[in-house]
Unconditional design. Structure first.
Lengths: 429, 439
């Protein structure tokens, strides 16, 4: 049994150690601890009639997606909410109703948002400050962009937060906002801003069942782009995440991604590239033990490098279970070895007592099907059986994997003909 | 929940006799009085009106009982004011009540633009006291507070503790108020009918709050509205629309604090706040042991002088202190569960950094564990000792648990306590359950 957060609705987001989920029957957003204990509930100031398909959190606001009606192809609504005085207060509703241009049908959306820090203290009653982001997204801070600052660490303002509107930007990552700050902040305090909404649709415009990824403005909900693609069909779980899990030569993969689950793969779209390439794919274990059934993932949350997949069916160490409630199964962005391939060249040798050799190459790959590379380097150890007297490997100790996740040894023949088995075990550094 | 008041009807209140609970018995058309253990201690048949439907809520303002019921044929709702009758007066002293007499009502009829659907209401009322001893015949008395008193306000005086007129009651209508001395004058012919001792009680009621499940546009959209009617004028003072007012099943009023149950929470508003922002919200143990199913509160008492709410329920979830195991018990009757208002630890959540996965095992890597401790108001709890423990999950391969250092720490002002997990030297992949308990 996998019972942890025990949600009754297939929507979830994780923020600061708690799980949040919307429930349309009681019209509240519930806040739960890891074991499903109800920590708190926030009444919605505007009631909802349909089940929420997906939730996102952009650092300030909660965002929800719900169908307009009982007919999914009729379209959906994306809403933005904030917590004010213990109540979820609706800030905006963007309705994507099917029309002559688009047949909207979606179960998954996310909010493109970026988190950075103040690099100079933003003083109360001023309009200018400087910011820094892990990724170079400063150019996205166009006039009109909403930015959320805080919580403040400045004495006298500790814990205070506020929302501002960007008026202009300047050299040195300087931001000028449209109205003076009401609170004071210090360097290092958090800033976040939201740029676009991304949602998956079963349909591209009015062409049904072909899959599409739509981009819409987070300010007004206007559609900014439509991209057709079979990879975008049947998507139920997605989120936005700035990946920071790769090291060494693979560190170029560390950047913001639209992350979504397509069957058993976590796919990563670089939305800062106008071609929207899928740049990474990570295998997930939402699969039955006999590998014949893919277990649906209904929503997903992120905490650091941990992924929380919201599921009803689970396979943990080969033990399957089905729950009546929705619970999470963990996964990680951190690369870990999932496969070792061994090649022997040549693969067949005469039993000539050391006269012949074969080059044995081990290639270790991770869940991204990328070479498993760590810093410091992880090691691999080869072993062999069979081959008779005199057979053996050139190195049976721990051998460092190279930048391609590979290590090579030489097998030397013995005097006994027969099957030789060579094994390898990875030890992660 | 131990069975306590064991009521057949889903309404209750306190009343004129301390230590007893009262409930409207629809089947027998009476108000019953029970002890805290459910022992029947008297019944008062209704007079001058009847219950046409089961009473959904019952309140007591210090003098009068108030009931809420649906009108027949989906006509709307009605709030009725009742009193145990007769009560001792100067004219008829030493009487005891034998009936539950109707005095007045506010009837709200469904119309083309407004539909009433309510399970909760509250009476804005205040408890005052005499500030000094006042003999019969005077036309001026001094109160301990006059903030809610103005010319025209009707005050209900007593029961008196003054020798010779003990338990007598009467009512007066205020003519003038001195807001500094809290002296009030009234125009009663012959002055006070009874003498009163210092701190003898005085009550007044000012308005009725109705939680309507429909918005004021009349749609049955569940958005809800809080509607206030002046009383006894019965004119609508104001309304506020919002989801926090929809689906409310219980409410009560205590010293300017309007409280109600919405889903899993008890919400509060200070009615002196014109913005209707909540002043507090507390998670109120209204979840079954499946950690999902809502437990309905049918009526509530704001017993805030005793730092608690009393919630009338037919189910209750309790936690075994030793194990933390939850058990939900369902009862054939309605009983109350206490919800304390002083802060207590209500939830514990953990964050793991850098990752819930430690790669590799073993390694010099460590995992920082941040534990958040919050109370029922969702506020951080300071200075609580958190103890961490770890065990191998049942679905895990065999392995060796690492260490948690420290294994105990005290929460800071942000309600946070931290520890570090270091994996064992055994190179096995294991699934580990790390638990934080607040001591």
């Amino acid at each position: 049994m996998v019972k942890n957060i025990r949600l009754i609705n297939p929507n979830m987001v994780r923020v600061d150690g708690y799980f949040y989920s919307f429930n349309e029957e009681t019209d509240v957003m519930i806040q739960k601890a890891d074991d499903g204990t109800l920590a708190f509930a926030y009444p919605l100031d505007t009631t909802i009639s349909s089940e929420i398909n997906s939730i996102e959190h952009d650092g300030e606001s909660f965002w929800t997606m719900e169908d307009i009606s009982g007919t999914p192809s009729a379209g959906f609504k994306i809403r933005r909410w904030v917590i004010e005085n213990f109540v979820m207060v609706l800030q905006a509703t963007f309705t994507f109703a099917s029309d002559s241009n688009d047949t909207f049908e979606s179960d998954a959306f996310t909010v493109e948002h970026y988190e950075g820090t103040l690099t100079s203290g933003a003083v109360e009653n001023t309009t200018t400050f400087n910011v820094s982001f892990d990724t170079d997204v400063f150019a996205l801070l166009t006039p009109g962009t909403k930015m959320f600052i805080g919580p403040s660490s400045k004495v006298g303002f500790v814990g205070e937060e506020e929302s501002v509107t960007v008026n202009s930007t300047g050299a040195g990552n300087q931001v000028t906002v449209s109205s003076p700050l009401s609170q004071g902040y210090v360097s290092g305090d958090k800033v976040v801003f939201t740029k676009n909404l991304w949602f998956f649709s079963q349909n591209f415009q009015t062409t049904l069942g072909v899959g599409a990824l739509y981009k819409a403005s987070a300010l007004d909900g206007s559609i900014l782009s439509r991209t057709q693609g079979g990879a975008f069909i049947d998507i139920e779980a997605t989120t936005y995440h700035e990946l920071d899990s790769f090291t060494g030569s693979l560190a170029t993969n560390n950047k913001p991604y639209l992350v979504f689950i397509r069957t058993t793969n976590l796919l990563f779209v670089d939305v800062l590239n106008s071609n929207l390439p899928i740049e990474l794919s990570a295998l997930q274990n939402n699969l039955s033990a006999d590998t014949t059934e893919v277990f649906p993932v209904f929503d997903m949350g992120i905490e650091g490098e941990t992924i929380f997949r919201l599921q009803q069916k689970f396979n943990i160490n080969g033990q399957e279970s089905t729950e009546t409630t929705f619970n999470y199964q963990l996964a990680t962005f951190v690369p870990f070895p999932t496969a070792i391939s061994l090649t022997a060249t040549p693969a067949i040798l005469p039993a000539d007592s050391g006269a012949s050799t074969s080059e044995i190459v081990a290639t270790v790959t991770d869940q991204y099907i990328l070479p498993f590379v760590t810093s410091p380097a992880s090691t691999i150890q080869f072993s062999t059986s069979g081959g008779g007297t005199g057979s053996g490997l050139s190195d049976t100790g721990q051998i460092a994997l190279d930048g391609n996740g590979q290590a090579t040894v030489t097998y030397t023949t013995g005097n006994t003909a027969g099957l030789v088995t060579i094994s390898a075990t990875v030890t992660i550094a | 929940m131990p069975l306590n008041v064991r009521l057949q009807d889903a309404n209750f209140s306190k009343g004129p006799d301390a230590g007893f609970f009262y409930s409207c018995d629809f089947s027998n058309q009476r108000l019953i009085r029970v002890q805290g253990d459910g022992t029947f201690a008297g019944g008062f048949p209704v007079s001058r009106s009847t219950f046409r439907n089961p009473i959904t809520e019952l309140h007591f303002d210090g003098t009068f009982f108030w009931t809420l019921e649906d009108l027949p044929s989906d006509l709307g709702i009605v709030v009725k004011r009742w009193r145990l009758f007769p009560f001792p007066t100067a004219v008829f002293p030493a009487v005891v009540p034998f009936e539950f007499r109707w005095f007045d009502e506010l009837t709200l009829i469904n119309g083309p633009n407004m539909r009433w659907s309510s399970n909760a209401f509250a009476i804005e009322h205040y408890h005052l006291e005499f500030d000094g001893t006042f003999p019969a015949g005077v036309n001026t008395i001094r109160l301990n507070d006059s903030a809610n008193v103005s010319p025209g306000t009707k005050l209900y005086l007593g029961p008196s503790t003054f020798g010779g007129v003990v338990d007598n009651e009467e009512e007066i209508i205020v003519l003038g108020v001195n807001t500094i001395t809290h002296d009030i004058t009234f125009g009663k012919s012959g002055g006070l009918e009874n003498s009163y001792g210092s701190t003898d009680p005085i009550t007044l009621h000012k308005s009725i709050y109705i939680f309507n499940n429909n918005s004021f546009g009349g749609d049955d959209n569940g958005n809800g509205a809080l509607v206030n009617f002046a009383y006894p004028a019965k004119t609508q003072n104001f309304s506020d629309i919002g989801g926090k007012y929809g689906g409310v099943t219980a409410a009560d009023f205590h010293e300017s604090l309007l409280s109600w149950v919405k889903a899993f929470q008890i919400l509060e508003i200070l009615i002196t706040n014109p913005t209707f922002d909540l002043s507090a919200s507390q998670e109120s143990n209204l979840v079954e042991d499946d950690k999902n199913t809502l437990i309905t509160v049918f009526d509530m008492i704001s017993d805030l002088d005793n730092l608690q709410y009393l919630k009338l329920q037919d189910r209750e979830t309790t936690e075994a202190l030793a194990t933390g195991a939850l058990t939900t018990t369902t009862f054939a009757t309605f009983n109350f569960q206490s919800q304390p208002t002083p802060s207590f630890v209500n939830s514990v959540a953990m964050e793991f950094e850098p990752n819930r996965f430690l790669l590799p095992f073993p390694d010099s890597n460590t995992m920082n564990i941040t534990t958040h401790v919050r109370d029922q108001f969702n506020f951080p709890v300071f200075n609580k000792t958190v103890q961490w423990s770890a065990q191998i999950n049942a679905l895990s391969d065999a392995g060796t648990i690492g260490t948690l250092n420290p294994d105990q720490a005290v929460t800071n002002t942000s309600g946070i306590a931290e520890t570090v997990y270091t994996p064992s030297a055994t190179p096995n992949d294991i699934i580990l359950d790390i638990t934080a308990d607040v001591l």
